[in-house]
Structures are given as structure tokens and as C-alpha cells.
Write a protein that binds this ligand. Structure first.
Ligand code: UD1
Ligand code: CA
Length: 467
């Protein structure tokens, strides 16, 4: 009988002051809701996400994550309609939970991103029939307080606004995550009322109702795991926790951080041993970095793979690209989507690439734009090359063969092909294909007029200009 996750994500998140639904706000590049879904252990067969505010965007995100294979199980959204409380959210999901044949339901919040897979695993595991995650806080204000029976099991959850002074003095609070037998929860949901300080249907009332029949174990958790994202300050704090957790784990796995307080490595990065990550570097989305590679200060890498022994010098931006082993990139290089650098390629400062493949040993060391281009093995691209890939209407390809030498300050007007071993003189504008082994030049003839500089200066002076 399946365990199904029920993830509450319909709230507005007013205190975020944002046009973006709260659960889509990122922590280290990944939205809060994605963190929660990725924390689901294999024991969870499917998830139901209750949505309402910003529903279209959340549903779109769910679809995109599923298409990218980022979700550990099938996920279906359910629209709560006007949100009337956490209990109401669960009521709205009842039909879907029945359809999925739920036996046990694990309830999580979409805005509590740092819950660990092991912790959700404890909820999903069948050791206790029912369980609530709690935490002890120095400042419990705003949370539901947990009242326990003598045997430690749950007696009551009292919302802050409904609590007496004596109950408010309790520091043990409800983390908002539970495992409950579905049939029992379903009956309890059908009996909920909203006669409380907030006029809401409280899921916590249903949990207490279950507790009257089945003991609900209270499992104490690290507060970092249960901290919700209700404000931008929470978001910053969560990001700091996530950063420490992730960087700490990578250091244990043999990665050097020159400044672990400022390097932001996302939850989907994979770093081999002896990788070095510089201060302020960011690795977002799915990023893999091979053994011994250095990612320099201030680099931003999104969804890309970097081979072993590469050096990404400071301040490079690399997006949806591949960098082969032993490449040298930057400083200040911009590799845009679809760039593929094979082994030992050098791309230097102020070089921009897009949909470009550079074969092994190719070099473009200074100030160039390579778009929709292919550069053959060991070819050398001089400073200031521009592939003119766009004619105002369509994009065209540039193909450069093996061991080609392109002098500085050339424009290659695409579509165009430079054959193997060709040489292009500096300052040329190439508008036709160049056959293999040929030399191509296109320059206005140079003129030298002896003494003309002096003549020019005297004329200027006579006009009252500077000499
Ligand atoms: C809830 C608990 C409280 C606990 C706290 C932990 C209740 C009544 N109280 O309080 O005991 O200490 O979480 O963080 O459950 N949501 C919906 N639909 C709704 C209302 C909320 O989907 O109608 C979602 C929110 O988007 C959020 C989650 O449920 O992800 C929790 O809602 P929130 O309003 O933050 O609950 P609290 O009042 O903080
Ligand atoms: Ca609330």
C-alpha cells in the first residue's frame, strides 16, 4: 500500500513581497518546492502538491522539472481554490489521495526547503504509525506549540494565536510535517471546523483528532531542516544554511574552497576530488566538474559540464555548455548555450562563444565572438575575430578547418568555410569560402606619404588647433 506525499504550497507568501509564488523562490538556484520534492525518499510513491496562488507558474515549473527528470516520483498538482487553511488544503487533496490509493500520507510544506531525505524517510518509514516533526526554538512565537503526553506522544498542537500564556511558554513547536494513516486523517478532515482565532481550517486539529485514536510520535528535528521561508530574511538564512551544508559535504569529499562562506554551490552540482572553488563562485543547476579542475573567483556556471584538469580563470560566465579536460578558459570569458570546448582548448579574456564547437587544441585567446561556429583541431584564432553569424534575418554557420591561422581583427561573414591549413591575413573581411591550404587577405592597400604628418600639424596650428 503506497505512501503518498502531500505538499502544501497554495499560500500567497505575502511577506515575501513578490510577484513570484513563494514556493518558486530559489535557495542556491533551485526553487524551494523543488528542494522539497527532491527530498522525497524512494518509499514515497507519488506526491500531490496543493497549489493556488501563482498556480500556472507552479504547474509550469512542475511540468518542466518532470520533463528534465528532476523529480523522484510522479507529482500531481491540485488547486485548493481560495485557501482557507492547512486543513482545507488537505481536504482539497482528498480525492487525489484516494485515487492514488494512499495508505499513509506524509505531509510537507513547499516553503520548508531544507528538510533532509533521511528525515522524510523517517516519516515514510512504517516504524510509527503516525509521526509529527517538532523542533525546540528559543523564540517559538508564531508557531503551533506541541503538547506531549507522559509517554512522549502527541497530545495537542495549539496555534500561537489560540494558545494560553502557559502554552505559549512551551518552546517545542510543530514543524508542520507529519506522517498519518490516510483513512484516519480523511475521517478527521471531514470533521474539521474553523472555530478558532484565525477562522481557518487547521490541519493540526485533524492531527489531534488522529492522535485521539492512534499514538502520534513526536520526532525532534534540527530546526534548520524545518525553517520555513516566509520572508527575504528567511530566504537569506536558509541559503546560508544550505551553503554550509553543501560546501561542508564537498570539503569532506575532497574539494577545496578558498572561501566557503562566499562560494554558492547548488544542490545538483557534482564535484570530483581536488576541485578548487574560488571565492564568490556560483554553480547553479546541474553542474559537473572533473577532478583537479579549478573554478576561479567570481565564476558563474549554470547547467554545464567541465572535464578534469581544466582551469576556469576568474570571472567567467558559462551557461549550458561543455568544457573538456585540460581546457583553459578566461579570465572574463562568456561561454553561452551550446558551447562545446573539447580537450586542451584555450579561450581567453573577453571571448564570447555561442553554439560553437572548438576541437582539441584550438585557441581563441583574446577579444572574439564565435557564434554558430566550428573551429578545427589546433587552429588559432587571432585577437578580435568576429563571426558575423546574423544577417538581420537568419543565423548562419562558420566552419573553420584544422590547423587554420586567422590573423587579428578579422570578420568571417557566414555562411563561410575556411579549409584546413588556411591562413587569413590580419584585418580581413572574409565573404567567400577559402580552400584548404590557401592564403586569404582583404585589405585596402596601405599608403605612406613621407613628411605628410608634419604638413598636417602645421596646417592645424595655423588654424589655431593643437599641434
Ligand atoms: C502551520 C501550523 C503550525 C506550525 C507551522 C510550521 C497549522 C494550522 N499550523 O502554521 O502549527 O507550527 O505551520 O511552519 O497548520 N497552505 C496552503 N493552504 C492554506 C494555508 C496554508 O497550502 O490554505 C500552505 C502554505 O503555503 C505553507 C503551509 O501550508 O506552505 C503552512 O502554512 P502557513 O500559513 O505557513 O502555516 P502556519 O500558520 O505558519
Ligand atoms: Ca498561517
Amino acid at each position: 500500500m503506497p505512501t503518498i506525499a502531500l505538499i502544501l504550497a497554495a499560500g500567497l507568501g505575502k511577506r515575501m513581497q513578490s510577484a513570484l509564488p513563494k514556493v518558486l523562490h530559489p535557495i542556491l538556484g533551485d526553487p524551494s518546492l523543488l528542494w522539497v520534492l527532491r527530498a522525497l525518499p524512494p518509499a514515497v510513491a507519488a506526491a500531490v502538491v496543493v497549489v493556488h496562488h501563482g498556480r500556472e507558474r507552479v504547474e509550469e515549473a512542475l511540468q518542466a522539472w518532470a520533463a528534465q527528470g528532476l523529480l523522484p516520483c510522479p507529482v500531481t498538482p491540485v488547486d485548493q481554490g481560495e485557501p482557507l487553511g492547512t486543513g482545507h488544503a488537505a481536504q482539497r487533496a482528498a480525492q487525489e489521495l484516494d485515487r492514488l490509493g494512499a495508505d499513509r500520507v506524509v505531509v510537507l510544506c513547499g516553503d520548508v526547503p531544507l528538510i533532509r531525505t533521511e528525515t522524510v524517510g523517517r516519516l515514510a518509514g512504517a516504524q510509527d504509525e503516525a509521526m509529527l516533526l517538532a523542533m525546540d526554538l528559543d523564540d517559538p512565537a508564531g508557531y503551533g506549540r506541541v503538547v506531549q503526553r507522559r509517554d512522549g506522544s502527541l497530545e495537542a498542537v495549539v496555534e500561537h494565536k489560540d494558545a494560553s500564556e502557559a502554552v505559549r511558554a512551551l518552546r517545542r513547536v510543530n514543524g508542520g510535517a507529519y506522517a498519518l494513516p490516510w483513512q484516519s486523517l480523511k475521517q478527521a478532515l471531514a470533521r474539521l471546523s474553523n472555530a478558532n482565532a484565525q477562522g481557518e481550517y487547521y490541519l493540526t486539529d485533524a492531527v489531534m483528532d488522529v492522535a485521539a485514536r492512534t499514538p502520534v510520535a513526536v520526532e525532534l528535528c534540527d530546526p534548520e531542516e524545518l525553517l520555513g521561508m516566509n520572508s527575504r530574511a528567511d530566504q537569506a538564512r536558509l541559503q546560508a544554511y544550505a551553503r554550509d551544508r553543501i560546501n561542508g559535504a564537498w570539503m569532506e569529499a575532497g574539494v577545496t574552497f578558498l572561501d566557503p562562506a562566499t562560494a554558492l554551490v547548488g544542490p545538483r552540482a557534482a564535484l570530483a576530488r581536488d576541485v578548487v572553488v574560488g571565492p564568490g563562485a556560483q554553480l547553479r543547476g546541474s553542474v559537473a566538474v572533473g577532478e583537479g579542475t579549478v573554478v576561479g573567483q567570481g565564476c558563474v556556471l549554470s547547467d554545464c559540464r567541465v572535464g578534469a584538469g581544466a582551469e576556469i580563470r576568474p570571472y567567467c560566465v558559462i551557461d549550458r555548455s561543455e568544457v573538456g579536460p585540460d581546457c583553459r578558459v578566461g579570465p572574463f570569458a562568456h561561454l553561452r548555450e551550446g558551447t562545446r570546448l573539447e580537450a586542451r582548448v584555450h579561450v581567453g579574456n573577453f571571448v564570447e562563444t555561442k553554439k560553437a564547437t572548438l576541437h582539441p587544441g584550438a585557441k581563441a585567446n583574446h577579444l572574439s565572438y564565435l557564434g554558430d561556429a566550428e573551429v578545427g583541431e589546433d587552429s588559432n584564432i587571432g585577437a578580435g575575430l568576429i563571426t558575423c553569424n546574423y544577417d538581420g534575418f537568419n543565423k548562419h554557420r562558420t566552419t573553420i578547418g584544422r590547423n587554420v591561422f586567422v590573423g587579428s581583427d578579422c570578420q568571417l561573414v557566414a555562411p563561410v568555410t575556411l579549409g584546413d591549413e588556411a591562413i587569413i591575413g590580419a584585418g580581413s573581411t572574409i565573404t567567400r569560402d577559402v580552400p584548404p591550404g590557401a592564403l586569404a587577405l582583404s585589405r585596402a592597400p596601405m599608403v605612406v606619404k613621407e613628411d605628410a604628418a608634419g604638413v598636417l600639424r602645421r596646417k592645424q596650428k595655423a588654424r589655431g588647433g593643437q599641434s
